[in-house]
Ligand binder design. Structure first.
Ligand SMILES: [Zn+2]
Length: 170
């Protein structure tokens, strides 16, 4: 299975080469191919740089996790983008909570839920009021900050994703 017989460009082999996971025969074949294919050489150098970067932060735990996660890693020029995506999800969740807090401003849901516990009623009411006041006061600046942050992160992630896809199709 020489990559040149398949008309070149087997990203899996490039990643295996960068990780040192190829047997000598295939390694030579891929290295030969790299010399004649700038696209694969760029991928190889990027993966090498990425490996060095990950090693320097000791984030190399899932390195041997197989083709699926490699496919995901390939779509992302830098793996820390994943952290950005996670942050966007978190920001989205917080945004929803903050929106709910605003929506429920008049109905005092916390108090109604706690109302079943009659003995705790007055304590719950005071606590809920304080909580609601704090949430309401915090909600507006929080909303603005989260909306901007989440929006920016999503824009960056989308731009990077589509750029990486175009690069792979080219
Ligand atoms: Zn190639």
């Amino acid at each position: 299975m020489n990559p040149e017989e398949r008309g070149c460009c087997e990203p899996e082999l490039i990643f295996e080469l960068a990780d040192g996971g190829l047997d000598p025969e295939r390694r030579r074949a891929v290295q030969n191919h790299l010399e004649s294919c700038p696209e694969c050489r760029e991928l190889y150098e990027r993966e090498l740089g990425l490996n060095a970067f990950l090693d320097s932060f000791e984030l190399s735990v899932p390195r041997r996790s197989g083709a699926v996660s490699r496919g995901v890693a390939m779509a992302l020029p830098t793996r820390p983008i994943k952290a950005r995506l996670l942050w966007s999800l978190l920001a989205g969740a917080l945004l929803t909570v903050a929106l709910l807090a605003l929506e429920l401003n008049g109905t005092n849901l916390v108090v109604s839920a706690m109302g079943a516990l009659g003995m705790l009623w007055s304590f719950a009411e005071g606590f809920a009021d304080a909580l609601q006041n704090a949430l309401t006061a915090a909600a507006t600046p929080l909303l603005a900050a989260l909306a901007v942050g989440a929006g920016l992160d999503l824009l960056i992630a989308v731009a990077v994703f589509s750029a990486a896809r175009r690069a792979r199709r080219a």
